[in-house]
Design a protein around this ligand. Structure first.
Ligand code: GDG
Length: 504
C-alpha cells in the first residue's frame, strides 16, 4: 500500500479529550484519563485537525464553557444532543445493548427499538458534523461502539471521504451478535469505513464471520477484506498500547517511589495485590473477590501476609445493573473483611472512586501482584500500565485469558476468571515465585509493552490505511513530553485564552 503523509485528521468519539468542572467558581479543565485521549491528543496537537465529541456536560448556569486548546493546534467541537435521545443513544443502545452483547452478556441486553431509533439519530448528528467539518483531503477517524453507524452515514452524505473506524471493545462470534435485532444495520454501518481496526485477530475474525454469515458478503480471511462490490473494507488487528513513556517516567519519580514505600509500610503486609477497574460487570471484580476468598481458605498460612487493594472507578451509575453490582461488591468486601480480618490486618481494601494518574502510578509501583481478571475485555490497558511501571523488572502480572491483552502478554500468569480455584492457585504461585522467575517474566513483558506502545498503535493503524505518521517531533507532542505530565497542562488553566466553538 502506498504510504502517504498524514492528512488533516478529524476524530470522532463519544467523549472528548477534556473534562471540565467548576470548582470554587473557577473552571478546572483536565485531560480525560484513558488510553484513547493519551494517544490521540498529542497526535492532533502536532498534526492539527478537529476532534468532534458529545457535549455531555450537565446543562445549567454552572455549566463551564467548552474548551479547545491553543488556536494553532486543533479544534474541539462539542456536539449538543437533545434529551431524551441522547440518553437513549448513550445509556440505552450503547451501554445496554452494544456493550453487553459485544462482551458476550446477552442476558444484560435490553433490546428496545426506541434505543436504536435514537442511536441512529444521534449518530446522524455526528455524521453531519463530520461532513460539515471535513474537506475532501481530510481523513475521518471514528472511535468505538457508540458511533458504529457513522461510517455508513458519512459514506451516504460524502462518499469521497476516507473513513477509518477503530473498535475498542471485543467483537463477539456471529451467533452472539446475531441475537441483536439490528445486527445487520450495525454491520452495514461499520462497513462504511475503508479500514476497520480491532485489538486482536480473534475479534477481527469474528467480524469477518459476521459479515459473511449475516450479510452474505464475500470475505477474504487471509487478506482481511470484505468485498462490497465496488469497493472493499479492510479489516485489521492492531492492539492498542499503553502510554509507556508516561508510566515509566512516573514510576521513576522520587515522589512516587516515596509514596509507594509509605503505602507499603502503612499497610503492614509483605505483599500487595492490586486491582484497578471501572466498576463494570465485565471486569470480574466480584469473581476476583471470591477467588481471593478461596485463596485465603485454601492457604491459611498466607493470611495476614498480603492485602488486596481494589480501586473501583464509578461508571455508568445510571444503569441499573451497575448500581446492583456495586451493592454486591460492597457486600462481598464487607463479608470477607468481617470473616477473615485478624487484629489490625484487613484482607481487602476497597475504594469506590476515581484517583489521579499519579496516585495510580503509586499503586502500580507499590503492588507486588496485579490481579487483572476481566470476564471479557477488549484489551485492558491497566495490565500494560502495570508492566510499564515496573522499571526494576519486579512484580507479577496475573491476567485473564479473556482480556485482549493476554494474546500479547505471554509471560504473564494467565488465568480463566471463572475458574475461582485456578485463580486462587495462581495467586499462591505468584506469592511463592522466585525473584529470578519474576525478573525473567517481567523483563520480557516490558520489552513487549515498550515496543508496542500507544504511539506505535496510532502509527500502525494509520499505516494500515496507507498513511505514514511522522515520528513525534522532539519538543512537541511526544509521548514522553505530553504523557509524563500528570497535572493539567499550562494551556488548560486560564479560561480567557480558549477559543471556544460549540456546535448544535
Ligand atoms: C476500553 C475497553 C480497552 C482507570 N482508573 C483510573 C484511571 N484509569 C485509566 C487507566 C487506563 C484506563 O483508565 C482504563 O483502560 P482499560 O483498557 O483498562 O479499560 P476501559 O476503560 O474499559 O477501556 C478496553 C480500552 O478501551 C482502550 O482501547 O483496552 O478493553 O473496555 O488507561 O490508567 N485513570 C485515572 N484515575 C483512575 O482512577 N486517572
Amino acid at each position: 500500500m502506498t504510504r502517504l503523509g498524514l492528512p488533516r485528521l478529524i476524530i470522532l468519539s463519544n467523549r472528548g479529550p477534556y473534562t471540565t468542572s467548576v470548582v470554587r467558581r473557577r473552571v478546572v479543565a483536565r485531560r480525560s484519563s484513558g488510553g484513547l485521549v493519551a494517544a490521540l491528543e498529542p497526535l492532533l496537537r502536532s498534526q492539527g485537525g478537529t476532534w468532534i465529541a458529545w457535549d455531555d456536560r450537565l446543562p445549567g448556569r454552572r455549566r463551564p464553557p467548552p474548551l479547545t486548546p491553543d488556536r494553532d493546534s486543533f479544534t474541539l467541537r462539542l456536539l449538543s444532543l437533545n434529551e431524551p435521545a441522547a440518553s437513549n443513544y448513550y445509556h440505552g443502545f450503547s451501554n445496554r445493548i452494544l456493550w453487553p452483547i459485544c462482551h458476550g452478556f446477552l442476558d444484560k441486553c435490553r433490546f428496545d427499538h426506541v434505543f436504536f431509533r435514537d442511536y441512529r439519530r444521534c449518530n446522524q448528528e455526528f455524521s453531519r458534523a463530520a461532513v460539515r467539518e471535513a474537506s475532501r483531503q481530510d481523513v475521518l477517524w471514528v472511535h468505538d461502539y457508540h458511533l458504529a453507524l457513522v461510517p455508513g452515514q458519512v459514506r451516504d452524505l460524502a462518499p469521497y471521504l476516507k473513513t477509518l473506524l477503530f473498535w475498542h471493545i471485543p467483537f463477539p462470534p456471529a451467533w452472539v451478535f446475531k441475537a441483536m435485532p439490528w445486527a445487520r444495520e450495525i454491520l452495514e454501518g461499520m462497513l462504511g469505513a475503508d479500514v476497520i481496526g480491532f485489538h486482536t485477530r480473534e475479534y477481527a475474525g469474528h467480524f469477518l464471520e459476521s459479515c459473511r454469515m449475516l450479510l452474505g458478503l464475500p470475505v477474504n480471511e487471509d487478506r482481511g477484506e470484505v468485498d462490497l462490490g465496488r469497493r472493499r473494507s479492510r479489516i485489521v488487528a492492531c492492539p492498542i498500547g499503553a502510554d509507556v513513556a508516561a508510566f515509566d517516567g512516573l514510576a521513576r519519580r522520587r515522589g512516587v517511589l516515596l509514596k509507594a514505600h509509605q503505602l507499603r509500610k502503612s499497610l503492614g503486609v509483605d505483599r500487595i495485590i492490586l486491582g484497578v477497574d471501572r466498576l463494570d460487570y465485565t471486569k470480574g471484580i466480584l469473581e476476583r473477590f471470591l477467588a481471593y476468598e478461596l485463596f485465603l481458605k485454601k492457604y491459611p498460612q498466607h493470611r495476614s501476609r498480603q492485602v488486596l487493594l481494589q480501586v473501583a472507578v464509578p461508571s455508568r451509575t445510571r444503569v441499573q445493573d451497575y448500581a446492583l453490582l456495586r451493592r454486591q461488591i460492597d457486600e462481598t468486601a464487607g463479608r470477607l473483611n468481617a470473616l477473615y480480618a485478624e487484629g489490625s490486618w484487613i484482607p481487602i481494601r476497597y475504594s469506590y472512586r476515581s484517583i489521579s494518574r499519579e496516585s495510580l502510578a503509586v499503586l502500580y509501583a507499590a503492588a507486588d501482584v496485579a490481579l487483572i481478571t476481566p470476564l471479557r475485555d477488549g484489551m485492558n490497558l491497566v495490565a500494560k500500565e502495570y508492566v510499564a511501571s515496573h522499571t526494576r523488572d519486579d512484580g507479577v502480572l496475573i491476567i485473564s485469558e479473556l482480556a485482549g491483552a493476554a494474546e500479547e502478554l505471554e509471560e504473564a500468569l494467565i488465568v480463566n476468571p471463572y475458574d475461582l480455584e485456578g485463580v486462587a492457585d495462581t495467586l499462591r504461585r505468584a506469592m511463592d515465585m522466585t525473584l529470578k522467575e519474576k525478573t525473567q517474566r517481567m523483563r520480557a513483558l516490558r520489552r513487549r509493552v515498550s515496543s508496542r506502545d500507544l504511539n506505535w498503535w496510532a502509527r500502525e493503524f494509520l499505516g494500515s490505511a496507507g498513511f505514514a505518521v511522522p515520528p513525534p517531533a522532539a519538543g512537541r507532542g511526544t509521548a514522553r513530553q505530553t504523557g509524563a505530565r500528570s497535572e493539567p497542562a499550562a494551556w488548560l488553566q486560564p479560561v480567557g485564552r480558549f477559543s471556544a466553538r460549540e456546535m448544535n
